[in-house]
Ligand binder design. Structure first.
Ligand code: FAD
Length: 391
């Protein structure tokens, strides 16, 4: 596997073991059927508990049954998952970074004890409801409302593009708490909403041509009553959802490298196997140029990912660092998966080979967790001090 600058030589034995175990599981249990799942628009739901056993869901958290692995090991897991399919990494990102992380960081002791062990083991599935039909890149404009009454809160609103909502047991729903006096009823709070509560609907979105091996849906909230103890007590404001997104984007920066690496390895193999004009196509300089560029771009993205892990470990990682890596690494994977697809000729457009599937998936990864454009604006803001989000 491509590791041109021997970055893996610096891995701890435990990190290597975690990576190798994950790789073997994915290659034997998941990869053989992933093309079919993509074609059929399904997720291998029977593997959700097994993925929990493998430690794919927030293994970098401390306590509540989590193995508390290093940030590098966590990144390597995301890389292996996405080398198989972005749908698998999305499952792990949502369950771990977007559901378990906010419960761990902002939840009450009771919420942590109730949900973290089950979610970590894949015995329960969670989803993260931030995006709304009219508020994607600007989630602070959200219209979902929570009204306080004597028994707790009543939620109304709708969320869309929610990974796993149709199969989730619990949704972390971000809504504006109208009872918060200081902010004029505008404080964003996180609510744990069990999906079997009256008034919750979770329709599946079926028209996707990207991230097909992942289940995506809506969350409708129609006078949904939740008790006070379902509010995440430890956070108010957009810091809540945005801090979760930083965690997930960190995993995406690693994951995108995995997808690109799989495309590269597929193209490299194909270039040595496939013969035209009396020999392997890998002897043509045009094809070697593509492989050289692909390997270089992947290596640069690997360097970014490994550096993020170091900064995260010592508490120096800023959200803007993550924006730079998510923006760069996903763009890289999107561009390089296209090159790999091209190198496979006609075979490249089939599900028999991975690059076209990765290429299609990258359209989602480029768009969710902050679009490429939005991360450009985050960096522009950081570099100049001038915010340019509203033009
Ligand atoms: P818009 O915000 O309408 O953007 C449209 C275009 O305008 C984009 O190109 C964007 O870059 C550009 N644009 C917007 N604002 C600016 C600006 N200020 N300057 C320049 N350009 C701008 N959300 C969740 O909450 N939970 C999930 O689990 C989840 N899973 C998802 C799964 C899938 C498969 C997909 C496709 C999306 C998912 N999302 C999820 C939603 C995702 O985060 C949003 O799609 C994303 O934030 C973009 O929002 P939007 O689609 O409304 O696009």
């Amino acid at each position: 596997m491509l590791d041109y600058l021997s970055l893996e030589a610096d891995l701890e034995a435990e990190e290597r073991l975690i990576r190798d175990t994950a790789r073997e599981f994915l290659e034997t249990e998941v990869a053989p059927d992933i093309g079919d799942h993509f074609e059929n628009g399904t997720f291998p739901t029977d593997l959700i508990p097994e993925m929990g056993e493998m430690g794919f869901y927030a293994p970098n958290l401390e306590g509540y049954g989590s193995p508390n692995v290093s940030e590098t090991a966590y990144g390597l897991l995301m890389q292996e998952l996405e080398a198989c399919d972005s749908g698998l990494r999305s499952m792990a990102s949502v369950q771990g970074a977007l559901v378990m992380y906010p419960i761990h960081a902002y939840g009450s002791e009771a919420q942590k004890e109730e949900w973290l062990p089950k979610l970590g083991a894949g015995e329960a599935v969670g989803c993260f409801g931030l995006t709304e039909p009219e508020h994607g890149s600007n989630p602070s404009g959200m219209e979902t409302r929570a009204e306080k009454d004597a028994d707790g809160y009543v939620l109304n609103g709708s969320k869309t593009w929610i990974t796993n909502s149709p199969i989730a047991d619990v949704a972390v729903v971000w809504a504006k708490d109208r009872s918060s006096d200081e902010t004029g009823g505008d404080a964003v709070r996180g609510f744990l909403v069990e999906t079997d509560r009256d008034g919750v609907s979770t329709n599946k979105i079926t028209e996707k041509l990207s991230l097909r091996a992942s289940i995506t849906g809506e969350i409708g909230l129609n006078d949904v009553r939740v008790p006070e103890e379902n509010v995440l007590p430890g956070v108010e404001g957009m810091k809540g959802p945005l801090s979760c997104l930083t965690q997930a984007r960190y995993g995406i920066a690693w994951g995108a490298v995995g997808a690109a690496r799989d495309c590269f390895e597929t193209a490299r193999r194909y270039a040595t196997d496939r013969e035209q004009f009396g020999g392997p196509i890998g002897r043509f300089q045009l094809q070697q140029d593509k492989l050289a560029e692909m390997a270089t771009q992947i290596t640069l993205a690997q360097l970014l990912a490994y550096r993020l892990a170091k900064l995260k470990e010592r508490g120096d990682l800023r959200p803007q660092h993550v924006s730079m890596a998510k923006r760069n690494n996903v763009r890289m994977a999107r561009e390089q998966s296209r090159v790999a697809r091209e190198m496979l000729g006609g075979n490249g457009i089939t599900t028999d080979y991975s690059p076209m599937r990765h290429l299609a998936n990258m359209e989602t990864v480029y768009t969710y967790e902050g679009t490429h454009d939005i991360h450009t604006l985050v960096l522009g803001h950081d570099l100049t001090g001038i915010p340019a989000y509203d033009g």
